[in-house]
Design a binder for this molecule. Structure first.
Ligand SMILES: CCCNc1ncnc2c1ncn2[C@@H]1O[C@H](/C=C/CNC(=O)c2cc(-c3ccc(F)cc3)cc(O)c2O)[C@@H](O)[C@H]1O
Ligand SMILES: [Mg+2]
Length: 221
């Protein structure tokens, strides 16, 4: 019974980064996944785009769907204002355990709430159980066929306010065609595509940045 990829990523973090330094944790994961073993982190190239969106938006409440090894969790939380909070949902208990270790190693446990469970079960409970009004930023990076249903669920639960941003990874590779079609054609969103590459490769990929305009869409126009 060998180790799992998340366990090897955690070991690389503990070996090659400094406790309490989110930047060094992000760099250690990127180095490991570039030179030793590919893993499905948003990565350094797309990560710079994520950084720019976060620094521009200055979100106070952030939701991440699909924690995996907490690479993007740490990368985003590191750039948040002091009073901001990030909730991240991960339904695989093994991944969540590794993610929690990496979040703690980075020293970000105060800013990040990791919930073990499925987005479909938890999104309807966030207002009640975590006192969340609405999210300023949602980062979608979980199963690609769940982006659209979870977006509709977020709308239904009133968790998006006008101006909220949905930032979706992998809209080209592996691809999220139904989600792209929705956010690009719905009057409820102003969407734009940030062309990039699949993490640690030369393959085409990119992020979709969609601003929620409200349930009434653009109104009379
Ligand atoms: C009930 C399922 C939906 N709800 C969910 N709720 C909470 N966590 C969920 C989740 N779905 C999936 N997850 C978790 O997110 C993670 C899944 C992410 C899926 N991501 C990908 O498939 C992916 C895949 C690639 C990829 C690209 C090219 C290639 F050749 C091979 C892989 C690149 C990426 O950047 C990716 O993000 C896991 O940790 C999983 O346990
Ligand atoms: Mg991804």
């Amino acid at each position: 019974t060998g180790s799992t990829r998340p366990q090897r990523i955690l070991r690389a973090v503990q070996k090659n980064s400094t406790r309490g330094s989110p930047c060094s944790v992000v760099n250690a994961i990127d180095d490991y996944c570039k030179h030793k073993e590919w893993a499905m982190n948003v990565g350094d190239e797309k990560g710079i785009i994520v950084d720019d969106v976060v620094l521009e938006l200055k979100p106070i409440t952030v939701l991440e769907l699909g924690t995996y090894c907490a690479y993007s969790t740490v990368r985003i939380a590191n750039l948040l204002p002091p009073e901001a909070k990030l909730i991240t949902l991960e339904f695989n208990a093994e991944s969540a355990a590794i993610a929690r270790e990496i979040i703690t190693w980075a020293g970000l446990e105060e800013k990040i709430q990791l919930i073990i469970g499925a987005s479909g079960d938890w999104i309807p409970r966030l207002k009640e159980e975590f006192g969340i009004e609405t999210f300023d930023l949602v980062f979608l990076d979980h199963w690609k066929d769940r982006y659209l249903p979870d977006t509709k669920l977020l709308e239904k639960c009133g968790l998006l306010k006008p101006g909220a941003v949905l930032l979706a990874d992998n809209v080209i590779c592996p691809g999220t065609p139904d989600y792209l079609d929705y956010v690009r054609n719905s009057p409820r969103y102003k969407s734009k595509f940030y062309r990039s590459h699949l993490e640690y490769t030369q393959e085409e990929d990119g992020l979709e940045h969609s601003v929620f305009l409200g349930m009434a869409g653009r109104g009379a126009e």
